[in-house]
Design a protein around this ligand. Structure first.
Ligand code: SMO
Length: 764
């Protein structure tokens, strides 16, 4: 608001050059000839590079990890090498004195193309005789998995009722306000590469760049200025970014690339893109017996690097039915290549799909058995005491969930029974209100994602150094990476609390691999729980050092000392020493401290979660009004009750939930990376890819159930994705509830006015 933010694009090193890309206009085509003559003759153009130029210093990469051998991808280069595999794939990079010149020059590059048959959908990828995107892999299947629990065949065939629905969830993308941005600065005199990057994962990026460019990690430094949103888009390493780094190495000058909005839509990773045939078997009394899903997910042309395109699919199937007890489970997942941008992480990673598949089935079942949907959920919620911690799909929930407490709180918050009456009255007046629910679990605070695979440099831990400054304030240097969540506020609270200092006395430093401890960074709702625990451990250790030093100054045992705001006192006396006196002693009089006393003014601690994740849970509800003449949906109210363990900062927790709910509403009603059958994107502008607007959004009321995690100091679980996991399902259910009197149901997102009118039979 004061104009003092500093984003990657605001960084302007001396000698800076600018990059622009020529991107493939075709979804699938051979590149016969590239002619850069005219482009190179434009004044201000420094270089034009194509695939082979960069391959001299940048190795191709293949996404793989040893723990999932059935996952396959193909080698990818910074620039399309002889063949383009999606519309938007970078083919040539122009380096010039200004971005404008680089763009003008890019337009002068002539490319002769030989278009190839396009695989534009998941179904097309699996069709008999489909063109192969990577012939050497022998099929278009990137990953296939079958999961089974109990005896689903028998349970489904003997069940009283089976709800079967075919569901469609489109490609989405994260649309961070700040697009992807990178400045690569290779210094040939030092052999060092410095990157200013808009990323969620500085240490991962350092590792990946070093490996691909043949540099030692100690020669690569990633600095992250302010980040204007990441949402998972900024977890991956992109071919165009690697091309920028390679170009800087070849030229020996800094090169900046800032993605414009149009190229963001065809080069940022996409996500979701599921077609699922799903079923729920239940008996007449409404007891759930089995869930199944057969999910075909789009991967795009390559598996995202280095985190792959697999996690979205796995979580989309293994969370189906997770909140409920059942006897059997059956899932089939196929993730397939097609000529589109790769799919990868986007806030929630598959969980919004697992939730939607489950919860859309549950409310269809409620209508079929004429049981109130809240009551039907209550009857079927899983109980660890009864069923253990592990779901039929193999997800370890780690203990009892608090689903009934969340439901009770939600029904109270929304005044449910009253609301149902109002809904009935509204209907009498010709107003079609719908109420929908979605129970959800959220796998948070991801620890060891790939179980120590040496190939994937993703750390299960985060680290924090705390330093007592000479004046008695504290600096907190964290491996957490901020992208607008407000995590720095929560870390300052944690450190301040442990050291009895006011919030203002804590300075947070982050976002520089040369300065901070190493750690995983920000994704999977892990920042507070992993990096916050590290900060807590470091602050507790520094507190002990402060007491040790104070003990020397006061000539007493540290066990007799009490730390209060800005001073240490001998318990039960008025003898005290101020924190700045202690700090002075720790910094300038260390030589007077006994050599064997721990009085270091700076300590570092790391925290690694030993579990793959901590499972949070909650429930959402939505009230909508549907106009059956226009198909327009008005969002009236939205409620969330979430259990993310102990809450450190209620305002931040609530706003994380609200922001993510809004993104989930976007997926429910507006957003779709629409493509035609030639793999041409139809929605590559903000006028076509509709993100939710503030004025369209309902008030979002939030409640919490707090079940602290037992084995950490903080007791927190993640909260950053809870909102998006449940919101789409909940809004879609509310619309289906409004449409129920018409006998219409919709199982395709986004639920647009057109789809509503079609479901109502008002248009063909
Ligand atoms: S999609 Mo998140 O940044 O793990």
């Amino acid at each position: 608001m004061t104009g003092r933010g500093r984003y990657t694009d605001d960084v302007r090193p001396n000698g800076l050059l600018h990059a622009s890309f020529v991107r493939s206009q075709y979804a699938h085509a051979d590149i016969l000839r590239i002619d850069s003559t005219q482009a190179l003759s434009l004044p201000g153009v420094i270089k034009v590079f194509t695939a082979n130029d960069l391959l001299t210093i940048c190795k191709p990469w293949t996404t793989q990890f040893t723990q999932v051998p059935e996952h396959r991808s193909a080698p990818q280069s910074p620039l399309a090498n002889g063949r383009a595999l999606w519309q938007g794939q970078p083919v040539a990079i122009v380096i010039a004195n200004s971005r404008a010149i680089a763009e003008d020059a890019a337009a002068l590059i002539e490319i002769e193309w030989e278009p190839l048959p396009v695989v534009a959908t998941g179904a097309a990828a699996l069709a008999e005789g489909a063109p192969l995107i990577h012939a050497e892999l022998g099929s278009n299947i990137l990953f296939e998995k079958k999961l089974r629990g109990g005896n689903p065949g028998a349970v489904f065939s003997e069940a009283d009722i089976v709800i079967r629905r075919s569901m469609r969830f489109p490609r989405l993308t994260g649309v961070p306000l700040e697009s992807r941005a990178l400045i690569a600065d290779f210094d040939p005199t030092q052999g060092t590469l410095t990157l200013h990057a808009s990323t969620q994962v500085p240490h991962q990026m350092r590792s990946v760049y070093a490996a691909q460019l043949g540099l030692d990690e100690s020669r690569v430094r990633v600095i992250v200025p302010d980040v204007g949103g990441g949402f998972g888009i900024k977890l991956h390493t992109y071919d165009d970014e690697m091309a920028v780094a390679a170009s800087s190495m070849l030229i020996g000058r800094p090169v900046k690339f800032v993605s414009d909005r149009f190229e963001a839509f065809v080069s940022d990773n996409h996500a979701r893109a599921h077609a699922a045939n799903a079923a729920l078997a239940l008996d007449q009394s409404g007891r759930f017996l089995a869930f199944s899903t057969d999910d075909v997910m789009e991967a795009g042309a390559f598996s995202a690097y280095p985190r792959s395109s697999v996690l979205e699919g796995m979580q989309a199937v293994n969370q189906v039915g997770a909140p409920y007890d059942a006897l059997a489970f059956d899932a089939h997942l196929r993730i397939v290549f097609q000529n589109k941008p790769h799919t990868g992480s986007y806030r929630g990673v598959g969980q919004p799909i697992g939730c939607a598949v489950t919860e859309l089935l549950v409310e269809s079942a409620a209508r079929a058995v004429h049981i109130d949907p809240a009551e039907l959920r209550r009857r079927n919620y899983r109980s660890a005491a009864r069923s253990g911690n592990i779901t039929l799909s193999g997800v370890d929930l780690g203990g009892e969930l608090s689903q009934e407490a969340c439901l009770d709180k939600l029904l109270d918050l929304m005044n449910y029974s009253e609301l149902r009456k109002e809904q009935g009255q509204a209907r009498l007046q010709g107003r079609h209100w719908g109420i929908g629910f979605a129970s959800f679990i959220e796998a948070t605070a991801t620890g060891p994602m790939f179980y120590g695979s040496s190939r994937v440099p993703i750390s299960a831990s985060d680290g924090c150094s705390v330093r007592l400054e000479p004046g008695g304030t504290v600096s907190c240097i964290t491996s957490a990476q901020f992208q607008g969540q407000g995590l720095e506020v929560a870390l300052a609270q944690i450190v301040g609390d442990a050291l009895r200092l006011p919030f203002e006395a804590i300075t947070i430093i982050h976002g520089d691999t040369a300065v901070t401890p190493m750690g995983g960074g920000s994704y999977a709702s892990r920042g507070l729980t992993i990096a916050g625990e590290a900060a807590m451990l470091a602050a507790v250790a520094l507190r002990q050092n402060i007491l040790n030093a104070a003990g020397e100054l006061l000539e007493t045992s540290s066990a007799d000392l009490e730390l209060s705001e800005g001073q240490v006192t001998v318990a039960g006396t008025d003898r005290s020493v101020t924190l700045s006196e202690i700090a002075f002693a720790m910094h300038y009089c260390q030589h007077l401290m006994p050599a064997d006393a721990s009085t270091d003014p700076m300590v570092t601690r790391h925290h690694a979660s030993r579990r793959p994740f901590l499972v949070a849970n909650g429930i959402q509800a939505s009230l909508v009004e549907v106009d059956p003449d226009t198909g327009f949906v008005r969002l009236l109210r939205h409620w969330v009750v979430d259990d993310c363990g102990r809450i450190v900062n209620p305002m931040l927790a609530d706003e994380q939930i609200r922001g993510a709910v809004v993104q989930g509403i976007g997926a429910a009603l507006f957003e779709e990376c629409a493509y035609d059958e030639n793999g041409q994107m139809l929605a590559a502008t903000m006028a076509d890819y509709l993100v939710p607007m503030a004025a369209d959004m309902p008030d979002i009321e939030i409640g919490h159930v707090e079940t602290p995690v037992g084995d950490t100091l903080l007791g927190t679980k993640g909260v950053g994705e809870a909102g998006i996991v449940g919101a789409s399902a909940c809004v879609a259910n509310a619309i289906n509830d409004a449409l129920a009197p018409f006998g219409a149901e919709i199982f395709q997102l986004p639920v647009t006015p057109e789809r509503i009118l079609r479901a109502l039979g008002r248009i063909a």
